[in-house]
Every structure is written in structure tokens, then in C-alpha cells.
Design a protein around this ligand. Structure first.
Ligand code: MG
Length: 392
């Protein structure tokens, strides 16, 4: 089949706050190819990502993403790799291209899986899909008491693992952070898995991060995530060498496989976290997973939005039995929940699994999304380059 059309749906909650909650808006991608329909989701500013698809070319290495995708042959995983390489070549000066292509890539795999009647993880080379232990991703509360209640709420829902982050962690005193960690550990109990996301707060300041290691270790934190800017490899490596039990995690900001591989190779991280809506899709993410296996690093998905994005994020490591933690969006906005009527539920055994149904195994309910749709019109030089009323 060939890629017949690529449509974008810019969706938004009625109000966008400055909370670090990426589920407040969304950019859905629908691809049609030979009668099949595939879906994907970009993790990015929707308008900028749409623009990267339709922008007029600036020169040969700064073409719109559409130039490398529309009307391409799509019959095998090799075709998707070829399209991905074309985008990297033709849009090398277009920095938003990986974000835009990520959602497209998911939709291409979804189409191919549906056409062959197999789940995407099989197309990626796995023979089975292993259960993952989901962790609830939360922001720290304003106070330790608030943090305690937030963690308890998730534990009551059945979560055995919780990640806390942002909301001032790392900005104040070591004592303030220690009080927060104590409340979190108290709430989850001695057997629970506790993870911490520093959200790049220390930039390249290894000392500031190292000052927290004793506290993180005492509260049995499994990993400290994104302590530094995403490409501060020597800082990552220096912290990893000072830490005994607490591992360093990172990689969600990667825009291609090489960025994530560099973080493993030169940053000595113990967990690599990949967002398939940013890294350029599932093929790039699978390259990271393959390298992680060879390097003894544990692969984890990064996902904060819909079940569509969650399914996509599970595919690249579905077949890795020992890579068993999984980020699970615990409290996404209703927009993210409304994207798909089917949900990836937590099974009675407390685990989640990549769907067994063809493609990504998640259907999109456009009727439910009309209320969130943001019409977009782009006009350049007196001509419409995009006029999407985005009605169903
Ligand atoms: Mg993070």
C-alpha cells in the first residue's frame, strides 16, 4: 500500500495551566493507506508540529516532513525505516521534524500491523509480550503531608511503584527534599518501589545532586531521573560514579536513538527512558532498546498522556522480560482519557501488557474529541497551506 493521507488533530483542554502536565493538549495523527487507518500521537506543541509538516521548503535539507512521507510505499518494517531515514535527510535543518515524525511513525506501524493482522511488537521482532509493573507518575505535593496523601491515593488503587517529581524538588534545602522523600516512603511502605524525577533542576551541578544521594539512598529510591540537562553526559557519569545503590535515569528528551545511546555510553545511566512521541517513533526506540540490552541498561517507557501513546511506548520493549517497570499515566486530563475508549488496564496481577490486537491495539473515538478540537488555518504568501476545520 501507499501512504494516501496524513491528517493532524490539534486537541486542547479549555484551559492550559503552567503545571508540568503534558496531557493538557495533544496532537493526534491519522494516516490512511490502502484502506487501512493508523493512529499516532506527537508529544509536542501541536501547532509547531503541524507547521513542520506543511511548511514551504527552505532548501534541500530543510523540507517539510510531508515531502518524505506522502505517497511512500508502506509494505514492511523496512519501508518505515526508509521513510524515517528520508525525514532525517530531507528535514535535517527542521528541528521540530522528529516530534512531528514521531506521531506519523506510530501511525505507520499501526497501519502495517493492521494490514498483517499482528501486534506491532511482533513486527519489531519480539515473539511474546511480557507483563510490566506500572508506576504511577505524580508531582510532589506542596508539603510532605500533601505528598503522603497523593502517594497513598495511588497505593490504594493498587500501584506498587510511584514516581514523584518537580514541584520544587532540588531547589531548596537538602532537608526539605529529605522530608518529602520520607513522606513518600512512609506512604508507599517498605516494599514499594519509589522513584524520583529531578526534572533537570541541577543543570550540570554534580555537587548539588550528590548532596542528595545519602537521603535518596536512605529512603531506598531506585532511581534519580534527569538530574541534569539531557546532553550533560559528563555530569551524568560523575554522579553515577559517586552513587552506589541509587541509579541514574534519563533519556526522555532524546530526539533520536543516538542521543539516548550516548547517554548510556558516556553518561553511565542505569535506566534509559524513551518517549516514542519525541524520539522519532518506534523504530528509533527499538534501536535504543537493543543497545540497552547489550549495555546492561534497563529500558523504561516515558509516557504522560493517552492510552494510544502508552501502547506505542510499550511496543519497543514488550518482549524484554527483565525490563519490567513501566510508566503509567495515573492522572491524565480527561482529554487524554477521551482519546481512546479502549484502555490499557492494570490486570488483577497488578501488571500491564502491550495489547495483543493488530497494530497498536488502541482505537480512537473522534466523536468524543470534537469538544477539544482546535481549528487551524495556515496561510503563507496569500495561499492556504493548511485549512483544517477538523470536524468529524
Ligand atoms: Mg521525567
Amino acid at each position: 500500500v501507499r501512504v494516501d493521507s496524513v491528517d493532524f488533530y490539534y486537541l486542547s483542554m479549555p484551559e492550559i495551566t503552567l503545571d508540568v502536565d503534558g496531557s493538557q493538549d495533544a496532537l493526534l495523527v491519522r494516516i490512511t493507506a490502502g484502506g487501512y487507518v493508523g493512529w499516532g500521537e506527537c508529544e509536542a506543541s501541536p501547532l509547531v508540529s503541524i507547521a513542520a509538516f506543511v511548511t514551504p521548503p527552505s532548501h534541500g535539507a530543510c523540507q517539510p516532513v510531508s515531502a518524505s512521507v506522502l505517497h511512500q510505499q508502506l509494505d514492511s518494517p523496512a519501508d518505515i525505516s526508509r521513510i524515517s531515514a528520508l525525514v532525517q535527510r530531507n528535514s535535517m535543518d527542521l528541528l521540530q521534524a522528529p516530534h512531528t515524525y514521531s506521531g506519523i511513525d506510530m501511525a505507520l506501524w499501526d497501519v502495517l500491523g493492521k494490514a498483517r493482522g499482528v501486534p506491532v511488537w511482533k513486527l519489531l521482532g519480539y515473539s511474546c509480550s511480557y507483563p510490566k509493573t506500572p508506576y504511577a507518575s505524580l508531582l510532589f505535593g506542596e508539603t510532605p503531608d500533601e505528598t503522603f496523601i497523593r502517594v497513598r491515593t495511588e497505593v490504594a488503587k493498587g500501584f506498587r511503584a510511584v514516581k514523584l517529581g518537580w514541584a520544587g524538588f532540588g531547589e531548596g534545602t537538602v532537608k526539605r527534599d529529605d522530608d518529602q522523600l520520607a513522606a513518600a516512603r512512609d506512604a508507599i511502605g517498605t516494599d514499594g518501589i519509589l522513584l524520583v524525577d529531578a526534572g533537570q533542576i541541577w543543570r550540570e551541578d554534580v555537587g548539588a545532586a550528590a548532596d542528595r544521594l545519602e537521603s535518596l539512598d536512605r529512603h531506598q529510591v531506585t532511581w534519580i531521573e534527569e538530574p541534569f540537562l539531557p546532553d550533560a553526559y559528563s555530569a551524568y557519569s560523575a554522579l553515577a560514579r559517586q552513587s552506589s545503590r541509587v541509579r541514574v535515569a534519563g533519556g526522555e528528551s532524546s530526539h533520536n536513538a543516538r542521543m539516548a545511546i550516548n547517554l548510556m555510553r558516556y553518561g553511565d545511566i542505569g535506566f534509559v527512558q524513551i518517549d516514542c512521541g519525541r524520539i522519532g517513533g518506534l523504530g528509533e526506540a527499538k534501536q535504543v532498546a537493543d543497545y540497552a540490552v547489550s549495555a546492561g541498561v534497563t529500558y523504561v517507557n516515558h509516557t504522560f498522556t493517552s492510552n494510544l501513546a502508552l501502547s506505542a511506548s510499550l511496543q519497543p520493549f514488550a518482549g524484554l522480560e527483565n525490563h519490567s517497570l513501566c510508566e503509567y499515566p495515573a492522572e491524565p486530563k480527561r482529554l487524554a482519557r477521551d482519546i481512546s475508549p479502549s484502555t490499557i488496564r492494570i490486570d488483577p496481577d497488578g501488571c500491564v501488557r502491550a495489547p495483543d490486537s493488530p497494530g497498536l491495539g488502541v482505537e480512537v473515538d473522534l466523536d468524543a474529541l470534537v469538544q477539544y478540537m482546535v481549528p487551524v488555518e495556515l496561510r503563507v504568501g496569500g495561499h492556504d497551506i493548511l485549512k483544517a476545520s477538523l470536524t468529524v
